[in-house]
Design a protein around this ligand. Structure first.
Ligand SMILES: Cc1cc2nc3c(=O)[nH]c(=O)nc-3n(C[C@H](O)[C@H](O)[C@H](O)COP(=O)(O)O)c2cc1C
Length: 302
């Protein structure tokens, strides 16, 4: 019996270890390292309705403990994904989860409709991007806007809908409740924290776009706290991420309430991290005499 069998309601994964959007391309970039079918799933890099060149460089900077990125969702657009990326990715033998971003609520609906095709296992909805019809406020920072996006996507697809929460809010539990009431099947969290780095020689921000998304090991305590708070608030399953580097980190997320995890920035350090975690979880389950890793979901207690 597969003790790592992962059941996220409408989405079934062979194990709870996925790779995070924007850190693993579409899988193609990593397929020479190992057989991708070992992964629970791949969250492919952010896709938009139309092609995007992304932001001007410099787009990535390493800090004392993590990275700041401002890629600006560079991608070939949803049609390019459907015509040129999905035909290969659907044969990797793992769940292909497409990460979508929009400028408007309607954009999300149109993308959901277009992507509802065989080979796509689920949609992961990035709401950390600005709503151009509402003065550029990020969808993921206003509960009503986040709920609206969830409902729009749900109304345009039969695929499982994963709403990806932004940590750049005061009350994360409220955001979790909002997307759940909008119809989300699953929550993934967290996206990056807004950060900044300065080159003191020329007194300029290192990232051309001034600010970017901060990720990697230092954000783990924040991510864990947020997963814990949302787990206490919602009934739908959570995919936890934010600074996961090894098996122990993954177990912390599961104990905080995540039913699955996603490995992001760690892929840049060691592309084998997700496989090491799968192996580590199997070992943990055996050593602790568990019948399934599910026994430790939300198991943290005082
Ligand atoms: C270079 C880079 C690009 C990213 N692109 C996306 C993206 O397109 N869509 C998205 O929802 N999240 C994106 N993320 C956020 C990650 O998926 C993840 O939520 C975040 O980095 C936290 O996990 P980590 O600390 O393990 O990296 C990106 C992160 C990085 C580092």
């Amino acid at each position: 019996m597969n003790k790592l069998h992962c059941d996220l309601g409408k989405l079934i994964l062979k194990n709870p270890v996925t790779v995070a959007s924007g850190t693993f391309g579409s899988g193609k970039e990593f397929k020479d390292f190992y057989d991708l079918s070992q992964l629970g799933g791949i969250m492919v890099k952010g896709t938009t309705l139309l092609p995007r060149r992304g932001n001007q460089p410099q787009r990535l900077v390493e800090t004392a403990g993590g990275v700041i990125n401002s890629i600006g969702l560079a991608n070939g657009g949803v049609d390019d994904f459907l015509n040129n990326i999905l035909p290969e990715a659907k044969d990797y033998g793992t769940a292909i989860i497409v990460n979508i971003s929009g400028d408007t609520t309607d954009d999300y609906g149109r993308m959901a409709e277009k992507l509802s095709v065989p080979g796509v296992a689920a949609l992961e909805v990035n709401i950390s991007c600005p709503n151009v019809k509402h003065g550029g406020i990020a969808f993921g920072t206003v509960p009503d806007m986040a709920r609206e996006v969830a409902t729009m996507v749900k109304n345009n697809t039969d695929l499982p809908v994963i709403m990806k929460l932004s940590p750049n809010v005061t009350n994360i539990a409220e955001m979790g409740a909002a997307v759940e009431s909008g119809g989300a099947d699953i929550i993934s969290m967290i996206n990056t924290l807004i950060g900044m780095a300065i080159d003191i020689k020329n007194r300029k921000p290192i990232i051309k776009h001034i600010m970017g998304g901060y990720s990697g090991p230092p954000i783990k305590p924040v991510a864990l706290r947020m997963v814990y708070q949302v787990y206490k608030t919602v009934k739908i399953p959570i995919i936890g991420m934010g600074g996961i580097m090894n098996t122990e980190d993954a177990i912390e997320f599961i104990m905080a309430g995540a039913s699955a995890v996603s490995v992001g920035t760690a892929n840049f350090v060691d592309p084998y991290t997700p496989l090491n975690i799968i192996q580590g979880l199997n070992k943990y389950v055996e050593e602790n005499g568990l019948s399934s890793y599910k026994e430790i979901i939300g198991a943290v207690h005082r």
